[in-house]
Design a protein around this ligand. Structure first.
Ligand code: NDP
Length: 334
């Protein structure tokens, strides 16, 4: 399958170009950017045959079967709708859009067109998170009482642009990282928060947008979820803790783009190190997406999952803005 990449972005160059090529029989055929120079430079660097600023030219290419969208967040909606209208399958970056209505619109358009639409919540494709999920599902920790997700990192210098000062592009740590934490909680626990309380602030990097947030979510099962995201924490390792009536899972360094981190299961029997699959996350995403296109798998994270993570993240933002507990309103089923 040939892909068109929409967005000459860091993530596309650093991970997805290689990930797509690692999936047998796949090639990146186009890169489309807002700048002809950036598109040409990206194409040269990554050995892509066609580049330009005209999305419709890439979409008119019958050899293109799939579109990967990794532009800034406010562009995802229009670009996804154009790709879907052209009959292409779409892998879209998180957050799917800058409003829940737009995200839902994209998913519904894909359903009507009969194309695959997936969200790049890559952490579902991490062996570490799959191992934690399996431990929880198999009852190793008993009834889950609480989940802590700590995703406070230092934003790398080369990414200190629109994320820190552009609310129109979907800047701010909540749109960037709370969506990942929301998807992680949903993936691990298999349930969606009922309500959230939250606080957010700019603690050194954000200009007009928040760079740090903490929130607590009430789950239908009674479990509590604590979610912490930041762009300003150089030494706070990422991690996940699941605490249950029979055991705890302590995972350090697992919220990453590479297979990384350690997982310990602590029960009455003692502490056991947990092994997990070390395969590359984004290669797993690309391979799964191709399998979804050929009808042999479901997307690891569907469009509906991308809508849900956005709904939860925006509830966190509303709670932090208002100082009031927010009920998460999921509206119509997906
Ligand atoms: P970048 O800032 O690297 O790229 C975003 C856009 O900025 C590009 O599409 C490009 O526009 C423009 N751009 C890139 N380099 C330059 C430059 N030197 N000068 C001017 N403009 C430039 O963003 P990311 O790659 O970090 O993120 C892109 C998307 O991917 C976001 O939606 C983000 O949330 C998501 N993401 C997801 C990750 C995941 O693991 N799922 C990880 C990282 C990001 P143009 O296309 O017009 O050339």
């Amino acid at each position: 399958m040939n892909w068109a990449f929409v967005g000459a972005s860091t993530i596309a160059g650093q991970y997805l170009a290689g990930a797509v090529r690692a999936t047998g029989g796949c090639e990146v055929r186009w890169v489309v950017s807002g700048s002809a120079e950036r598109a040409a430079s990206f194409a040269t660097t990554h050995g892509i045959a066609h580049s330009g600023t005209d999305l419709s030219a890439a979409l008119a290419d019958p050899a293109v079967g799939a579109v990967y969208i990794s532009s800034t967040n406010e562009k995802h909606h229009a670009q996804a709708l154009a790709a879907i209208a052209a009959g292409k399958h779409v892998l879209c970056e998180k957050p799917l859009a800058t409003s829940v209505a737009d995200a839902r619109d994209m998913v519904q358009a894909a359903e009507r067109a009969g194309v695959i639409f997936a969200t790049n919540h890559h952490l579902r494709s991490a062996g570490s998170l799959r191992a934690i999920r399996q431990l929880v599902a198999s009852g190793k920790v008993g009834k889950v009482l609480s989940l802590r997700i700590f995703h406070a990192v230092e934003l790398p210098v080369h990414l200190r642009g629109w994320r820190l000062d552009n609310p129109v592009s979907g800047g701010g740590v909540i749109a960037d990282l709370t969506v990942h934490n929301a998807d992680t909680a949903r993936f691990l626990l298999g349930e969606d928060p009922v309500s959230v309380v939250a606080h957010m602030d700019a603690t050194g990097l954000g200009q007009g947008v928040e760079d740090s947030a903490m929130s607590v979510w009430a789950m239908p099962s009674g479990a509590m979820v604590f979610s912490h995201e930041s762009f300003t924490h150089p030494y706070a390792a990422s991690g996940i803790e699941v605490h249950g009536t029979k055991g705890s899972i302590l995972a350090r360094g697992v919220l990453a783009q590479e297979p990384a981190g350690e997982i310990d299961l602590i029960t009455a029997q003692g502490i056991a190190r947990v092994d997990y699959d070390q395969s590359a996350l984004y290669e797993n995403v690309a391979r799964n997406f191709c399998a979804a296109v050929t009808g042999t798998a479901l997307p690891a994270a569907s469009g509906g999952d991308g809508v849900r993570s956005l709904q939860i993240a925006f509830a966190v933002r509303d709670a932090a803005r208002s100082g009031q507990r927010q009920t998460v309103n999921y509206g119509v089923s997906l």
